[in-house]
Design a protein. Sequence first.
Length: 262
Amino acid sequence: MNNLMQYKGLSKDEVYLISRAEFENQKFIKRDFVLKLFNDKKKADNLLYNLKKKGRLLQIEKGKYFIIPIKAPNQLWTPNEFITAKNWIGNTPYYIGYFTMYNYWGFTEQIPQTIYILNAQKSRTKTIGNVNFKAVKIDNKKYYGIESIKIEDETINISNKERTLVDLVYSYPGSFENMKKILTENITKVDLEKFINYLIKFPLKAVLKRAGYILESFGYKTVQIEKLKNNLGNKKTFIVFNPENQSRKGKLNNDWRLIINE
């Protein structure tokens, strides 16, 4: 009787599709999966449309769906945000980062309102369920410092702690002053050598210069800091220290090739 109640309102084919997917541990399906089951394009499209309308499928993109578990009361269910991000972005290399990871690694207490997915192919936004997702296209040279975690048997790519701190210097939450505070408070909580190497590898030298100057100003006079100074690049261009201040007036720091415009 309980099983009948769970399948109430579903056709025989709809029940077969959902039960077959659950039997194969398929929490996420594509249109191709349905075509293989029924070998009829029109029937497959109608099934997907009707199950979505009945609240049994959550569409994340054309031809991509999460199956809402039969046991979910009144279809009140949402998938894990990181798993959704992975399936939405598809086969392109990606990692979850930026503001999402600032909170994940404890650099900020602010709960992110958007899941950021850095990837090699597309930039766009989408709301799935009640969650906002933002795909940010990045240069292949920025694709490093990534680790994998397991969520519900899914492998998810995220920026590791040191790479997240580099991203924070580049795309910081709140003000420039806030970024400086976060960096100096958390530098002892990461692998310093790895962080330094990641700064050197980052294609924008402005990030290296600002981070290096901040750390040295707070007393970090180490071999690693000297390593940063030796990797400023060949250009003799001076940049402003605080990008929020448009003024180029300030003391010149030749070591870091910065205009200290504070």
